[in-house]
Every structure is written in structure tokens, then in C-alpha cells.
Write a protein that binds this ligand. Structure first.
Ligand code: ADP
Length: 415
């Protein structure tokens, strides 16, 4: 499977997990809030109902409210499940209390009051109402209901949601990978058809181009007429350009099908670089660009020699193409951890930030006039990237206009 699809599947699966987990977390938080609100309403309803039952049976004894008669005559059961019932005088002093322990402080501010009170040992919902006799304030009735069970239920709910999360993560991950594979399949199939077409077309074009080239060259050799010779040279030049384009497309198709992997062997990268660099010396000299071979640390990698050679050639060709007379191109090879880093830097025209993100796209030319004049079709760096990926490496570019460019290729060392 081509690398881009392997990445696409994982990327789709990753976003599917992120999306579903976000929805799950939002649902869990909302669930907690809804649960808490529902429980609060329920508690308030209970407190209001009890208040409505109690207020009419409160006696007024010596100007103070009292529930003693109610307790004696009406209520006989245990108080355990009830709120704490408290009666205060008009100054807020506790005068009677029934039921389980609570907080013996009046929380009313002269009006109906409902609030949650959190103290060290207690978390209670408080409901207090002012009591009047002939419009005169005689005291307060305050009910306090413990929220211990509500808090416990809420805690259990949150813990359960948290415990389910890792299982959901695995489930969503598997589902995400399964669905993304299904979603990517039609794209993969059309891509495969396109790739096959590209490979076949390039292959089919190869023979007629070679025939044109061979014939043009042989006629050129036989003919004396200079003007015809010049026209034939144009034909061979164009045919050669077409030949190299077809070669590039065939190589790209080969890379994307990972065919290069079958041709891997142990490569001494430093030696390979020395060979390619020495092949380029004359060309650089002819264009008055200095080619410096800096430290080349010995590095063995498991790869395809022809492709790696092509990678170095493409980068050196670009460095030369985009560096003016008097410029310098430097090549170095260093070991960084378990990777080998090949650096090719130049003092050339550089690349702007907006172009930097596109230079590895096929047929992309940041400076079309300069690139075309130098015979570039915008495939060189796509091939470099495909070769690097086929070797499980990565590429990094640092560049800015006028300040030159540095291409760093990281390839895993042979273990
Ligand atoms: P081309 O055949 O046009 O050189 P490439 O794929 O090799 O195609 O490069 C894509 C584009 O990236 C080029 O058109 C050029 O604008 C830019 N580029 C590549 N290498 C360099 C470099 N060393 N310095 C400046 N620009 C570069």
C-alpha cells in the first residue's frame, strides 16, 4: 500500500477517535450537570413539600414558634431519613431541632432562602422560611437535607464514565481504523488505476522516444546542411527532455508502489556521496560555483543504491541550478542518534515561506521561468521525497529568499 494511504488511514482513524472522544467527554460532563440539576430539583421539591406540611402545624407559644405538639401527637416514626428540622426565634437563636444532625445556624436573610452549604463534615441543602403571626415576624423554620447520597451518586457516575473511557478509546480506535479503511478504499482504487496508467503510459512512451532520438542522432551525423543539423539538434534535445521526464514519472510510479524495497542492500552512504560529488565537480567548475565536500562520517544504511544516488543527484542539480556564479554548495554527512543526516546547503536564491510548503508537490516550480530555463519540470523534489519515504526517512528544508537553502535528509542507519 502506498505510504500516503497508510498515513491517510491512520490520520482518518486518529481524527475519528479525537472526535468521538470529544463528544464522549462533552456528553459525560453534560450528563454530570444534568444529573446534578435533576437531583437538586428533587431535593428542593421534597424540602418545599415538607415545609408546606409543617408551617400550618407550627404553634405559637409565648411569641415563639414550636413544633413540640406536632412531634408528640403526629410524628411517631424515626427521623433518620428526614431533613433536620430547626426552629429559630426572630433573632436567629435556635430554639427547637428535630431529626438527624445538621448545621445549627440560621441561613435565612429574612426571606425564603434555598442554598447549598458545604462545611467540613456536612454538605446540605438548606431551605428556610420566615414565620409570621399576624404579620409579625416570630421566627424561622429551617430544613436541612444532607446531600451525601447525591454527592456519592454523582461521584459514582463520574468514576464509571472515566472507567469506561479507555475501553471506548480502544473500541473507537478499532472502529475508526475499520471505517477509515473502508472510506479510503475507493480513493486508493482510483489512485492505483491512475498510477498504473502513469506507469504504463511512461513505459509505452519510452520506446517511441528512444526511436526518435536514435534516428535524429543518426540523420544528424549523416547530414552536412547546418540549418537541417540545427533543427535535428532541437528534435534530439526535446526528445531527450521528454525521455528524462518519462524516466522521472516511471521512477515516481515505482517508488509509490514501494517496488524499490525489493532492491535494497547495505549501502555505504559516505562512499556513494563521494562518487556522486566527484561526478559533479566539472559541472560546478564550469558554472563557477564552488562545491565543498565537508565531513562525511561513515554511515551504513539499508537501501537502494540507484535511488539514493538519484536523490543526491537531484539535490546537487537543484543547488547548482538555483545558485548564481561565485556561490558555494556544501555537502556533509553526520550521524545523529540512530540516523544519518545528509546536508546539502547552498548560498543560492532561497525559497519563500509560501513556496516552501509546495516544493515537494509534483510539477511545482517556485520560480517557473528560472526552473524551465534550467530544464526543470518540478519533479525533482517529489522524487527526492518519494525516495526518502521509501527508506523510512524524512526531509527537512530551511530556506529564505536570498539567504540560500539547506536540505537535510535523515535516513535510518542499518541496525
Ligand atoms: P525543478 O525541476 O523545477 O527544479 P524540483 O521539484 O526539483 O523542480 O524543485 C521544485 C522547486 O523548488 C523549484 O522549482 C525551485 O523553485 C525550488 N527549489 C528546489 N531546490 C532549490 C534550491 N536549492 N534553491 C532554491 N530553490 C529551490
Amino acid at each position: 500500500m502506498p505510504v500516503i494511504f497508510r498515513n491517510l488511514r491512520w490520520q482518518l482513524a486518529f481524527w475519528f477517535i479525537i472526535l468521538t472522544m470529544t463528544v464522549y467527554i462533552i456528553a459525560a460532563v453534560l450528563g454530570c450537570l444534568i444529573f446534578k440539576t435533576a437531583m437538586s430539583h428533587f431535593v428542593d421539591y421534597e424540602l418545599t413539600a415538607l415545609t408546606n406540611e409543617l408551617v400550618p402545624v407550627i404553634d405559637v407559644i409565648d411569641g415563639h414558634p414550636s413544633l413540640q405538639r406536632w412531634k408528640k401527637n403526629v410524628f411517631k416514626g424515626p427521623f433518620r431519613y428526614l431533613p433536620m428540622i430547626q426552629l429559630y426565634d426572630q433573632d436567629g437563636k435556635l430554639i427547637e431541632a428535630y431529626g438527624p444532625p445538621g448545621i445549627p445556624i440560621l441561613f435565612s436573610s429574612g426571606k425564603h432562602t434555598r442554598k447549598d452549604i458545604q462545611e467540613e463534615t456536612y454538605h446540605v441543602r438548606v431551605h428556610s422560611v420566615p414565620l409570621r403571626d399576624d404579620h409579625k415576624l416570630i421566627g424561622y423554620l429551617q430544613l436541612e437535607l444532607s446531600l451525601k447520597n447525591v454527592d456519592g451518586a454523582l461521584y459514582n457516575f463520574a468514576v464509571t464514565m472515566g472507567l469506561i473511557a479507555p475501553f471506548l478509546l480502544v473500541g473507537f480506535g478499532l472502529a475508526g481504523y475499520f471505517f477509515s479503511s473502508k472510506a479510503a478504499k475507493p480513493i486508493e482504487e482510483s489512485f492505483a488505476v491512475l498510477q498504473r496508467f502513469m506507469a504504463d503510459a511512461s513505459h509505452e512512451l519510452n520506446t517511441p522516444i528512444s526511436i526518435i532520438l536514435a534516428n535524429a542522432e543518426s540523420i544528424e551525423a549523416d547530414i552536412e546542411n547546418e540549418s537541417v543539423k540545427a533543427r535535428l539538434a532541437t528534435i534530439s534535445g526535446s526528445a531527450e527532455r521528454m525521455n528524462s521526464l518519462v524516466g522521472d514519472l516511471m521512477l515516481l510510479a515505482k517508488m509509490e508502489n514501494s517496488l524499490v524495497l525489493s532492491e535494497k542492500s547495505i549501502i555505504e552512504l559516505d562512499k556513494l556521496i563521494t562518487i556522486v560529488v566527484s561526478d559533479f565537480r566539472e559541472l560546478f567548475k564550469a558554472q563557477s560555483v564552488e562545491l565543498k565536500e565537508n565531513t562525511l562520517e561513515p554511515a551504513q544504511i539499508f537501501g537502494d543504491a540507484e535511488s539514493l544516488k538519484r536523490l543526491i543527484i537531484n539535490l546537487l542539480q537543484n543547488a547548482l541550478k538555483y545558485t548564481d556564479k561565485g556561490g558555494v554548495v556544501e555537502v556533509s554527512l553526520k550521524t545523529v542518534g540512530n540516523q544519518s543526516r545528509l546536508t546539502i546547503s547552498d548560498t543560492g536564491v532561497g525559497i519563500s515561506t509560501e513556496n516552501l510548503s509546495h516544493i515537494f508537490d509534483r510539477f511545482y516550480r517556485a520560480d517557473p521561468s528560472r526552473s524551465r530555463a534550467a530544464g526543470g519540470a518540478g519533479l525533482g523534489l517529489s522524487i527526492v521525497k518519494a525516495i526518502v519515504e521509501a527508506h523510512k526517512g524524512h526531509i527537512n528544508v530551511e530556506s529564505s529568499p536570498g539567504a540560500g537553502s539547506t536540505f537535510s535528509i535523515y535516513l535510518p542507519l542499518k541496525s
